[in-house]
Design a protein around this ligand. Structure first.
Ligand SMILES: Nc1ncnc2c1ncn2[C@@H]1O[C@H](COP(=O)(O)OP(=O)(O)OP(=O)(O)O)[C@@H](O)[C@H]1O
Length: 237
């Protein structure tokens, strides 16, 4: 397998408080990797460091390139993209215009129309609502729009922060099915989730983060049957 992204002994501190300590993980090409853990474990902090929004120590390598001197924009240009939070969409702009904004970082926009059609094929519901203002979409539709917008930039690794947050169970399933379908595009995914069950059902590999440290890792279908994790995170059944 080809390694897409690796985090090696990464620590992140807010002042004197170390929110992430010596974390190592890796994502192979086309793989969905999840980091699960309770509130305050450091999941968001780790993602922010990965995309370059927070300073960290340790090493991060993306497709063979050391990211130490590469800022957020440089990472996006190389294909390391964060899926924006649902609330970061432009509420007054149409669905189509929000999608088109996803290509702003691309140097070559000749394929924009094709990208828009691809996203509409993947999300027929967005196509039906292409002229509708993003602010009037349901929570699930907004999450799809956020995913669609990220796909417009032709990412190689998509980073997702709690895509299930605030969504009803049926919609959560739909969002995760969509995330799973990204494998067919060859896109790798780093997914941070509190909904451990949904995340492990979708992912290939998982890491458990507690108080800033990885305490366990393994294939997702092994973790999902681990009695300790079932008791702690998987609702006991
Ligand atoms: N800007 C900040 N300044 C100081 N401490 C912070 C800051 N942001 C986060 N923290 C602390 O760092 C720790 C990790 O926070 P983080 O948001 O990464 O956790 P999380 O696992 O994403 O939690 P949640 O699932 O609740 O979002 C927490 O103790 C939090 O209070």
């Amino acid at each position: 397998m080809t390694q897409m992204f690796s985090i090696e002994n990464v620590s992140v501190a807010y002042g004197k408080v170390e929110a992430v300590r010596n974390v190592s993980l890796s994502v192979e090409q086309g793989q969905i990797v999840t980091v699960i853990g309770p509130n305050g474990a450091g999941k968001t902090t780790l993602l922010m460091a990965a995309i370059g929004l927070l300073k960290s120590t340790g090493r991060m390598v993306f497709q063979g390139t050391d990211l130490a001197r590469i800022d957020v924009e440089g990472r996006v240009e190389r294909g390391l993209c964060l899926v924006p939070e649902k609330r970061e969409l432009f509420a007054d702009m149409s669905v189509a215009d929000n999608l088109l904004l996803g290509t702003y970082s691309l140097r070559d926009r000749s394929t924009t129309r094709k990208s828009l059609d691809d996203v509409f094929d993947r999300f027929p519901r967005l196509k039906e609502r292409s002229r509708q203002a993003a602010g009037t979409l349901s929570g699930g539709e907004r999450q799809m729009l956020a995913l669609g917008r990220a796909l417009m930039a032709k990412p190689k690794l998509l980073v997702l922060d709690e895509p299930s947050l605030g969504l009803a169970p049926l919609i959560v399933r739909e969002i995760f099915r969509t995330i799973a379908s990204l494998r067919s595009l060859g896109v790798s995914v780093l997914l941070v989730e509190q909904n451990a069950r949904a995340a492990l059902e979708t992912a290939d590999f998982g890491y458990v983060l507690e108080t800033g440290e990885i305490i366990q890792s393994g294939p997702a279908d092994t973790l999902i049957h681990d009695p300790k994790l079932i008791a702690a995170y998987l609702g006991g059944h």
